[in-house]
Design a protein around this ligand. Structure first.
Ligand code: C5P
Length: 221
């Protein structure tokens, strides 16, 4: 059994992918399964933490012993994240948040009309929740962790993103074959704002989750 090094701690984890509604039946979405976020939630609970899991459109069953809050869009995730973060020791943003949302929401289903070309979909930027949480720490000493999927120049892009977001740790995923979205495995480098660099070899998402909590636990101590 894992050491209860997170006992007495409250951790917030986001998982899955946001959906940005176009009309009552359509959305813009992404392929995030939520598996990495769920692995983080389950492993934190096993290490004694009280866990709030912000689940965005996942098809996974609620893990035992975890408070699950269901969210849909980036804006609903943002609201839930700021609320849950108020009394959190650590927030881990593992969800794939849409960078953009449709500028307009049609309250009735968008119809096709014979002989009429479809209107272009105009997008507006979503707030960067990770950057907001990092800039306005809800609690002194609160740790904020982000994820980043990179295809090239993984370390350089990761370092730049860590600085831009202002978080304490950034888990940089190399996206490719058996890594990342929808799979049960991941390989990553966890970059620390303190300059640390932790390589996590290709393996189950639970292994990466344990490394994240090792790093969080050491920094909370
Ligand atoms: O900028 P990029 O999307 O690569 O950043 C990924 C990280 O930022 C993830 O931790 C994700 O949860 C978070 N994010 C966010 N709000 C956004 C976009 C990304 O919190 N609007």
């Amino acid at each position: 059994a894992a050491a209860p090094d997170l006992a007495g701690r409250h951790v917030v984890v986001s998982a899955g992918g946001t959906r940005e509604a176009l009309d009552p039946v359509r959305f813009l979405g992404n392929r995030s399964s939520g598996k990495q976020g769920y692995a983080l939630a389950v492993t934190a609970a096993a290490r004694g933490a009280r866990v709030t899991l912000l689940a965005a459109n996942t098809e996974l069953p609620d893990p035992a012993g975890v408070d699950v809050v269901r969210v849909t869009s980036a804006l609903s995730l943002r609201e839930a994240a700021h609320l849950a973060a108020k009394d959190a020791d650590a927030v881990v943003m593992a969800a794939a948040v849409a960078d953009f949302r449709p500028a307009l929401y049609a309250t009735a289903k968008i119809k096709k009309v014979d002989g009429v070309e479809p209107a272009p979909v105009e997008l507006v930027r979503n707030p960067d929740i990770l950057a907001e949480l990092s800039a306005g720490r809800a609690r002194p000493g609160q740790l904020v962790v982000g994820f980043a999927a990179e295809t090239d120049h993984v370390l350089a892009n990761g370092r730049a993103k860590l600085a831009r977001k202002g978080c304490d740790l950034l888990v940089v995923n190399e996206v490719g074959e058996a890594k990342g979205f929808g799979t049960d495995t991941n390989a990553a480098v966890v970059l620390g704002a303190d300059g640390s660099e932790t390589v996590v070899p290709h393996g189950p998402k639970e292994d990466l989750a344990e490394v994240v909590w090792d790093l969080v636990s050491a920094r909370l101590a």
